[in-house]
Design a protein around this ligand. Structure first.
Ligand code: ADP
Ligand code: ZN
Length: 288
């Protein structure tokens, strides 16, 4: 059986065809332009195969509520050409197969849960720190949607008193995304994040904000594992800093075997940046 997977991003659309066991047989990447230009290319790619179902993990916000009239739409996105766009409906119409639908970060969370480093836990979170910050939440093996979907990138944080940067989120003065996403690092220091690798204070501050956020997620969601992905986390030296600061901020208040083994608790993705597309494959399987 062949399944389609679409990781719909603000800059590129990754399309893949694979099997139930997570093998990918074909994959392409198409730049994200307007729906008029991009959608026919995506549909033409998927039409080459006899697919049983398609799974879409999309940038958002998106409507994930099957009871809603706008289920399957990308909704209030700042990418205006895609605002209120019925992406799921268009694929259903064009391909005539079941379509699974979720956010990109929930898809990455599901990819790790189905094929990667969260197979052995029932509760976990996947956080991406890239152009934005997103948090996918798995509760008792189910992705959490709630009234919309979690928007954990925008939790409010206490700023470090010496940080004079105003944050780059247009909505909040001091949210995680505004203080710690890639563009925030670049806005604060006036250089690309990867050019700052050798400046310790950059990563001390970055790790402080990420650790503050992790403490909040740990206290509220009680995850059994935390996966940290996205472009910024390619700075691997962040991991030990984040682990240390998270434990320091928790200050012994939460005392579990998982936290005692912090190196296997706060971890990088395990699927070579395929976690998103593999999660979409699982969304397709679940849609059947
Ligand atoms: P997106 O979030 O757009 O899907 P990424 O997860 O690759 O894509 O995130 C892009 C952001 O991550 C950019 O702001 C970039 O500066 C930052 N980034 C990418 N690679 C690195 C790196 N090696 N070190 C630090 N930051 C990086
Ligand atoms: Zn914000």
């Amino acid at each position: 059986m062949l399944l389609g997977a679409l990781e719909a991003g603000g800059t590129k659309m990754v399309c893949a065809v694979g099997k139930e066991d997570g093998t990918i047989v074909e994959r392409i990447s198409i730049p994200t332009e307007t729906p008029e230009i991009t959608m026919p290319k995506l549909i033409a790619f998927f039409k080459q195969f006899e697919l049983a179902a398609l799974g879409i993990g999309t940038f958002g916000p998106a409507d994930l509520n099957p009871q809603s009239k706008t289920y399957g739409f990308i909704t209030t996105t700042p990418k205006l050409a895609w605002k209120n766009y019925d992406i799921m409906g268009e694929f259903k119409k064009a391909l005539g197969i079941p379509v699974g639908f979720d956010t990109d970060v929930n898809a990455a969370c599901l990819g790790e849960a189905a094929f990667g480093c969260m197979q052995d836990v029932n509760n976990g979170i996947y956080i991406t720190i890239g152009t934005g910050v997103g948090v996918g939440v798995m509760v008792e093996k189910q992705l959490l949607h709630g009234m919309l979907h979690p928007e954990g990138g925008h939790i409010l944080l206490a700023k470090n008193p010496s940080d004079t940067y105003n944050g780059c989120c247009p909505y909040h003065d001091s949210c995680l995304e505004g203080l710690a996403a890639g563009p925030a690092i670049e806005g604060r220091y006036g250089k690309k994040a990867f050019e700052l690798t050798d400046i310790p204070e950059v990563w001390e501050l970055e790790a402080e904000y990420i650790a503050k956020a992790l403490v909040n997620y740990i206290l509220i969601l009680s995850p059994e594992r935390i996966v940290l992905g996205g472009g910024v986390m390619h700075q691997e030296h962040l991991f030990p800093l984040i682990r240390k600061k998270t434990l320091a901020l928790l200050n012994g208040y939460v005392n579990t075997k998982q936290l005692a083994d912090i190196d296997t608790y706060i971890v990088p993705p395990s699927l070579n940046d395929n976690q998103g597309i593999l999660g979409c494959l699982k969304l397709a399987l679940n849609a059947l």
